[in-house]
Design a protein around this ligand. Structure first.
Ligand SMILES: NC(=O)c1ccc[n+]([C@@H]2O[C@H](COP(=O)([O-])OP(=O)(O)OC[C@H]3O[C@@H](n4cnc5c(N)ncnc54)[C@H](O)[C@@H]3O)[C@@H](O)[C@H]2O)c1
Length: 430
């Protein structure tokens, strides 16, 4: 098979993206993009359907992905699926990706709660490659060990099954507190537990920060603005939240979590950072959790019609996960203690977004020589309760105080997402 042509990823200014991250406030967050991709953009196991097709399937996937990861396959496990016995021979990594060798003074002991989730796992990859000591605390409610299992056994890495609703003690320098289900079906599954996670979990982790004098960053959300009356939403806007609706367990939970953080700052001098994260998408998002980006892509890849809730005129802005991680790391290491919006301002109506996803899925299928039986249609369904009509961040503060702006276009991010889900479907894991 001829060498596959590398796919170039261009940022908003047409510059090629080869690394993510940057140097801010004396903290370097830059890592090569292809090494990161090698950690998430590939099937976890090789399908073995008889000798002939082993090599065909494997070679096909290898070729699709080589274009993205520039041949960085040494850091990927190749567990083997045996269809005849429906069993898997798991293989652990034979070699970890190279991590930076930091002097003890530069190496942080970082605790990431919710580190096995979608955002957390990308943060863990980045912090590990940067050479820090990372401990993941997760109860695996929505996260999965597989998202960070490629680090298990590494001397800088630890994973602990723990529910943040219970107190926890550890020595650490920085705490990224992400533990909380983030998608509506998951946080509404047990509303009382979601509030307990937001309140008691944050209380416990702030207590830990107080005791260890660790810097504490909470992943808050644009949902604190509710169904906003001002556009775009600036950090000084207090929000418009229904306190008794089905989304309240999450929205009000995050609002009280912020209140707690500022309480600990005022009373106990805890060093806090508050990130208000807007809609984020990227590889490792659970495809079944009802979030719009994963819904659309999986439906389009399966050849199913794409469901838009409402009339499709409600708008959303989507940021790619690497931009979010850049923003979180910059905020953690800055001196900014006010809330900071981290999101992408490029606004789409949901209807337009569905069309864009369909176009990109068709492009990727075309590049890979796949001919779908028919063109998927965009269909409309009734809107769920309290779904906000309009949401767009005002990121002036992040730009001014962090020197941060999103680099990824929605199109490039979506293309990477489509390839990720395609690989997951090929291995049969979704
Ligand atoms: N993804 C987004 O678009 C977005 C937007 C705004 C805010 N956020 C926030 O970012 C954080 C991460 O979101 P995500 O998208 O990665 O969600 P996710 O559901 O993929 O990850 C959340 C992680 O927290 C863990 N968790 C949940 N409850 C826990 C508990 N009680 N104890 C220990 N671990 C627990 C889950 O198992 C999972 O690994 C959340 O706090 C979320 O509110 C995300």
């Amino acid at each position: 098979m001829s060498a596959p042509q590398a796919i170039r990823t261009l940022d908003k200014d047409g510059e090629e993206i080869t690394t993510v991250g940057f140097q801010r406030f004396g903290f370097d967050s830059e890592v090569p993009l292809d090494v990161l991709r090698a950690l998430y953009l590939r099937s976890h196991y090789v399908v073995t359907a008889g000798e002939q097709s082993v090599s065909e399937v494997d070679a096909r996937q290898e070729s699709d992905h080589a274009r993205f990861i520039q041949g960085n396959t040494a850091y990927q496990s190749k567990s083997i699926y045996h269809p005849d016995t429906q069993s898997i021979s798991y293989t652990t990594l034979s070699r970890f990706p190279p991590v930076k060798l930091l002097p003890p003074s530069g190496r942080k002991r970082v605790l990431v709660t919710g580190g096995a989730g979608f955002v957390g796992s990308h943060l863990v990859d980045r912090l590990m490659l940067l050479g820090h000591e990372v401990t993941v605390l997760d109860n695996f409610f929505t996260g999965s060990k597989t998202t960070v299992s490629h680090w298990i056994g590494h001397p800088n890495f630890e994973m602990i099954r723990h529910d943040v609703v219970e107190p926890f003690m550890i020595e650490c320098d920085q705490i990224y507190h992400l533990a909380c289900p983030a998608s509506p079906p998951h946080y509404q599954f047990n509303a009382v537990k979601t509030i307990k996670t937001s309140f008691m979990g944050t209380l416990n982790m702030l207590g830990l920060a107080k005791r260890t004098k660790a810097r504490f960053l909470i992943s808050s959300t644009s949902e604190v603005y509710g169904d906003p009356e001002v556009h775009p939403q600036h950090e000084d806007y207090w929000g418009h939240v229904n306190p008794i609706g089905p989304r309240a367990c999450y929205d009000e939970g995050k609002r009280v979590a912020e209140t707690l953080a500022y309480g600990f700052q005022r009373q106990d001098g805890v060093d806090i950072r508050v990130a208000r994260i807007f809609n984020t998408y990227g590889p490792r998002m659970n495809p079944l959790d009802g979030r719009v980006v994963s819904n659309f892509i999986v439906q389009a890849l399966r050849g199913q019609d794409m469901t838009v809730y409402g009339d499709g005129k409600q708008t959303r802005a989507f940021q790619y996960v690497h931009d979010l991680i850049d923003g979180l790391i910059a905020l953690m290491n800055s001196n900014e203690t006010r809330p900071v919006n981290i999101g992408n301002c490029d606004e789409f109506t949901i209807g337009e977004f569905a069309e864009l996803v369909r176009e990109i899925v068709e492009k990727v299928q075309d590049e890979d020589g796949v001919k779908p039986a028919r063109r998927v249609q965009v269909i409309y369904s009734p809107m769920p309760t309290d779904d906000p009509q309009k949401r767009r961040p005002d990121t002036t503060r992040a730009k001014e105080v962090l020197g941060w702006q999103p680099r990824w276009t929605v199109r490039m991010g979506l293309e990477e997402m489509v390839r990720y889900y395609k690989a997951k479907m090929a291995e049969g894991s979704i």
